[in-house]
Design a protein around this ligand. Structure first.
Ligand code: ZN
Length: 318
């Protein structure tokens, strides 16, 4: 505690004890105490500031790691965005061009990229800027990926139908080019061989020996395989889908049944002379929604015998 203070009394010439009033002594004691408290608090603040406690050091390290993790995430997002941009470019300028579909407008591609208020509301005041940035980037990326995935889904659907339509469309001749046959009647108005009157001939006649192999000209499903009531004799009708059907008439033998799925180049019957026929020939028709079209427009006459054989081989492999 405080040491007693002395002073020289000029009258007595002796050192005498200084006696302070009680309130002054209390004040001196309190001032000392307050001073000590201030010094201690100062030291504590200084210590906290310059020398981190183990807990603070741990948190700081964790924060540093977190920041670098976010940086890594951002890099990954940037890389994914670049890849996605490439896919979008290919989608618009290649896939859509091939399938004859217009590119997706920019406005749709960027849909949902404007505001990310949801994220902001959720994270505001609780997260650092770098967390918000990453969250925003991720949201934009997810929205663009979703649109891209819908686009690819649509294109795959279109491609499937195009492929099916191409496979179905009657596009080869019904008799192998290597076989001996000749065109005896073309499509259009002609004089009827029976009545001699002018009459529409809705297909082509290909003459050849009885028993010549007849092939399906496109993929499809057999809808008729019976004797016609309209003079076509033994006939096969194949539905190729997308409005196309084909008819093979005056057959000697039918080798498929209604409901059979057939492939282009599949052997379906034999050439004959059944029904209203003047000699062994195939009457071949192509119809679009029931309306006859010129079958000559539907096959490549320059298809070489070995190419035709290849199609036949593929059909029988199926
Ligand atoms: Zn005919």
């Amino acid at each position: 505690m405080f040491k007693p203070k002395y002073y020289l009394n000029p009258e007595t010439l002796r050192f005498e004890k200084v006696s302070l009033p009680f309130w002054k002594r209390i004040f001196n004691t309190s001032a000392g105490f307050i001073f000590l408290v201030i010094v201690a608090a100062g030291l504590r603040i200084g210590f906290d500031h310059y020398a981190d406690s183990p807990k603070v050091t741990l948190l700081l390290n964790q924060n540093k790691n977190l920041k670098s993790s976010y940086q890594y995430l951002n890099d990954q997002i940037n890389r994914s965005e670049k890849l996605l941009a490439e896919v979008q470019k290919r989608d618009d300028h290649f896939y859509r061009a091939i399938l004859d579909v217009s590119p997706i407008p920019r406005s749709i591609r960027d849909a949902g990229m404007g505001g990310s208020e949801n994220i902001n509301d959720l994270l505001l005041n609780r997260s650092a800027d770098f967390v918000l940035t990453t969250a925003n980037q991720l949201e934009k990326l997810a929205s663009r990926v979703k649109i891209q995935s819908l686009s690819l889904e649509e294109l795959s659907e279109i491609a499937y139908h195009k492929q099916k339509m191409i496979a179905g469309k009657p596009s080869i001749q019904p008799i192998a080019p290597a076989d001996s046959f000749w065109l005896t009647s073309t499509y259009g108005v002609r004089s009827d061989p029976f009545t001699r009157g002018r009459r529409m001939h809705p297909g082509i006649d290909l003459a050849g020996r009885i028993g010549l192999k007849i092939y399906a000209t496109g993929d499809g499903v057999v809808t008729e395989a019976s004797v016609s009531r309209h003079g076509y004799g033994k006939e096969i009708i194949i539905n190729h889908g997308y409005g196309y059907t084909s008819r093979y008439a005056h057959l000697h033998k039918i080798m498929v049944e209604p409901g059979d799925k057939v492939k282009r180049g599949q052997h379906i019957g034999l050439l004959g002379s059944t029904g209203r026929s003047t000699g062994p020939h195939l009457h071949y028709e192509v119809l679009y929604y029931g309306k006859p079209l010129n079958p000559m427009y539907f096959y490549y006459e320059d298809l070489k015998p070995d190419e035709f054989s290849e199609i036949v081989a593929q059909a029988s492999a199926n």
